[in-house]
Design a binder for this molecule. Structure first.
Ligand code: NAD
Length: 257
């Protein structure tokens, strides 16, 4: 499905980004795995290399232009082309809307929206210059549709990603760049445990037990990162040409719109 394609995955040092990178490699892509946590992406790359696929770990901060440019250069130097980009890096800091400080608000928008936009823009410029076209997948969240309690800044930042995905899809179709998003929920990652830790700090209880309840209602378990990754890998492939500007829920049926 992604044979001979070169895909960059941001925030691939753990959690969903790691699963997405593994899923892309599974179908034949060479993957560039970037994260502010370099040890994490070295581990991700090692896991992929053990399966006989190609992976390059890169120190990447999505809010720094030079760092994003360096990632693109490393991808081209090492693998010779750039076909796809997955904007997975993201943060959440739980707080009630009344307690959310402006620095917390700004941090969400800086990483989840501005950093994501910067990556989209620089990746698209490279795809346009190379006249290859390509595909971009943004990791939004069902929070961007639902609007959960105690994460107002996160909800709003993810809603922005959904809208930005539509806008970029329309604007870059002429360059043969396909832009879609996925909206996960209840995925087994350190971020989800962080949500349980917020509630356990307030109401007591073991976060490792509480996190078990933050699962899709129609399922008897969490979603694993590689399962989201396989949907992302499909959206990066040529077979997804007819799916454009969409934000597809990958949350086990929790969000019916
Ligand atoms: N886990 C879920 O249930 C869930 C649900 C919906 C959406 N998401 C989204 O999926 C994405 C991945 O989430 P996760 O659960 O794996 O989170 P996570 O916190 O476990 O992992 C996030 C990764 O992003 C990296 N990162 C953070 N800021 C960065 C930056 N500025 N530059 C580069 N890397 C950076 C972190 O170092 C980390 O490795 C996020 O965008 C998140 O909002 C997660």
């Amino acid at each position: 499905m992604l044979q001979d394609k070169v895909i960059v995955v941001t925030g691939a040092g753990r959690g969903m980004g790691r699963g997405i990178a593994q899923a892309c490699a599974e179908t034949g892509a060479a993957v560039v795995v970037g994260d502010v946590d370099f040890g994490g992406v070295q581990e991700t790359a090692a896991l992929i290399s053990q399966t006989g696929q190609r992976a390059l770990p890169v120190l990447l901060n999505v809010v720094q232009q030079e760092s994003v440019e360096n990632t693109i250069e490393r991808a081209l130097e090492t693998f010779g082309r750039l076909d796809g980009w997955v904007n997975n890096a993201g943060i959440v800091k739980m707080d009630s809307a009344l307690d959310t400080t402006m620095p917390t608000w700004d941090w969400h928008f800086q990483v989840n929206v501005s950093g994501l936009f910067l990556c989209c823009q620089l990746a698209a410029k490279q795809m346009i210059a190379a006249r290859t076209g390509g595909a971009i997948v943004n990791i939004a969240s069902n929070a961007g549709k639902v609007g959960y309690n105690n994460m107002a800044a996160y909800n709003a930042s993810k809603a922005a990603v959904i809208n930005l995905t539509r806008a970029l899809s329309a604007e870059w179709a002429q360059h043969n760049i396909n832009v879609n998003a996925v909206c996960p929920g209840g995925v087994n990652t350190p971020m989800l445990l962080g949500v349980a830790e917020f509630y356990s700090a307030r109401f007591g209880g073991d976060p490792h037990e509480m996190v078990k309840d933050i699962k899709p209602k129609q399922m008897d378990r969490h979603i694993e990162p590689i399962e989201v990754g396989r949907v992302v890998a499909f959206l990066l492939s040529d077979d997804a040409h007819i799916i454009r500007g969409q934000s597809i829920n990958v949350d086990g049926g929790d969000t019916p719109y």
